[in-house]
Write a protein that binds this ligand. Structure first.
Ligand code: ME8
Length: 508
């Protein structure tokens, strides 16, 4: 079995983690968990990107060494992963020796092959973006766009990687591998970029201008410039683990698809004789209350604080339910509370509590056997089978928001089934037929709850475990086998109550 090796982008540690970082981790985790559920052997990597000018500047501004600075911030990113229930197998920091060693080996290998050369370079340089600019980057009036900050003209020697030589190969590769870029429509954007001649990539900075980086193994007066260092993390983390390379899946934001991940990275690998990853998924961006996230204006969501207030699964659920993978979305507290209240608390939470409550009241807290199904039971079971058969392919195509919507519609239908059967009325009757129907309805709601929530397992794993716990149920190892309607809860002792999604008003 080939391992499904999945990665997130590695986050810059020049500030604390924000909602965009949290989303990418959660999305990647949902894919990783789903693939595990489908039987794949998954290896999941995330980490932090710790070199570069901005970090050097931030450290200086605080009067500390860059290493001390990154050592102070990287743990926040690790903690965020733990608090978000991210199931990563490894966490790489680009300041670790294991990473630096592999970057050096790769650079030396490419240098020895003649893929890297030294040349004089003159150009306009943006310190804020850490990049040389081109004439086409100017505003129409000749000034530079504000995002570049201060722009100065400089001449310096640097090392260059022969990107241009691989342009025809890459175009061909993208055209012949339709699953290389996901969503597929983004491949167009990459090919458009490749329709212009590719300049060779400047991969170094002189040490007197940038100290905080990995020195080039063949010329210690220079350090590696950001992308050659950062991208290599995907390989350096597993270079000593046989069978993992190439990666199956890189999850990144749309801003770093073109050119870094879709152009530089495959060419670097091809030039080094390493296999190219199977797929790169580019997700969209979150705004907060309709505008760009910004800590200074207060338009910011602290993921860890949010989890403290609402619970990890409330945040995981909202992020996955609200955003269509690939497209942008907006985060607002109003919209969060609408989904939290109507979908999690009133719909799912309500079904859990009704099931427990009625099983306690009418069946001595033990799931009774189901009798012959009537029309409502048959209809609910048919809806279940349809839902399951639709949701799995949706998840396989990363349409998690639609899949969750369908799973939730099944929970809604189960609540409606309860209204229809009205066990509280059956419980008052002493007729044997009513008593039999009462048992059937209790068994049916418990089974529907078990099944419906199994579909949400990758998104709200902690809550699904809790629900299984209160139903006295231990799931088997094969997820697909969990999804058949049967009587496996029969005879299970259930808990009295289960608080999954408390009313947010009661929160601080
Ligand atoms: O780009 N919404 O780091 P980073 C959604 N170190 N995603 C967002 C976002 C938002 N508002 N803001 C950022 C870097 N992201 C490099 C990556 S990979 C070898 C090196 C995403 O901390 C962004 O798209 O700026 C990226 O995928 C990730 O968060 C890290 O961003």
């Amino acid at each position: 079995m080939k391992t499904f090796y999945i990665t997130t982008a590695i986050d810059y540690v020049n500030g604390s983690p924000h909602l965009g970082h949290a989303y990418e981790k959660v999305l990647t985790d949902v894919i990783a968990r789903f693939r595990r559920m489908m039987g794949d052997d998954v290896y999941f990597l995330t980490g932090t990107d710790e070199h570069g000018q901005k970090i050097q500047q931030s450290a200086r501004a605080q009067g500390v060494e860059p290493q001390a600075f990154v050592d102070g911030i990287a743990p926040q990113f690790k903690e965020m992963c733990a608090r978000l229930d991210i199931s990563n197998d490894d966490f790489i920091r680009t300041t670790e020796p294991r990473h630096k060693q592999v970057v050096c080996n790769l650079l030396q290998q490419l240098y020895d092959k003649g893929e890297i050369y030294k040349a004089e370079y003159q150009g306009y340089y943006s310190t804020r973006q850490e990049q040389f600019l081109q004439e086409k980057d100017r505003n129409e009036d000749g000034t530079w766009p504000e995002i570049f900050g201060e722009v100065t003209e400089i001449t310096e020697s640097n090392y260059f990687f022969k990107l241009g030589a691989y342009q025809p190969w890459l175009i061909d590769y993208i055209k012949s591998h339709p699953d290389f870029i996901i969503p597929r429509y983004r491949a167009k954007q990459v090919l458009e970029f490749l329709s212009e001649p590719l300049n060779d990539l400047c991969i170094s900075r002189p040490k007197d201008r940038l100290e905080w980086g990995i020195p080039l193994p063949f010329d210690p007066d220079f350090v590696t410039y950001v992308w050659f260092d950062a991208l290599t993390n995907y390989y350096s983390a597993v270079a000593d683990k046989p069978g993992l390379w190439p990666a199956s899946f890189h999850v990144i934001g749309k801003d770093i698809l073109v050119p870094p991940h879709a152009v530089y990275w495959p060419i670097m690998l091809q030039a080094a004789g390493l296999a190219v990853p199977q797929s790169i998924l580019a997700h969209g961006w979150w705004s907060v209350n309709g505008s760009k996230m910004s800590k200074s204006t207060g338009n910011f969501v602290e993921p860890i604080e949010f989890v403290d207030n609402f619970g990890v699964d409330a945040l995981r659920y909202f992020l996955i339910r609200e955003m269509s993978v690939g497209q942008d979305s907006d985060f607002s507290m109003d919209q969060f509370l609408v989904r939290y209240n109507s979908e999690l608390a009133n719909n799912l939470g309500n079904l859990v509590n009704r099931t427990l409550n009625m099983t306690n009241r009418f069946a001595t807290a033990v799931v009774p056997p189901a009798g012959d199904p009537g029309e409502p039971e048959a209809a609910l079971q048919a809806l279940w089978e349809k839902t399951r058969d639709e949701v799995i392919p949706l998840f396989e195509e990363f349409q998690f928001n639609v899949g969750l919507e369908r799973a939730l519609a099944f929970i809604t239908a189960t609540n409606a089934y309860i209204e229809q059967r009205a066990p509280w009325k059956l419980g008052k009757s002493e007729e044997p037929a009513d008593q039999a129907l009462l048992q059937t309805s209790l068994a049916t709601m418990a089974e529907a709850l078990r099944l419906g929530t199994s579909l949400m397992q990758a998104v709200i794993p902690g809550s699904v475990d809790k629900i299984r716990g209160v139903l006295g149920y231990t799931a088997g190892h094969v997820w697909r086998d969990e999804l058949n309607w049967d009587d496996r809860l029969q005879g299970n002792a259930v808990a009295k109550t289960c608080i999954l999604f408390p009313r947010p008003e009661k929160k601080a």
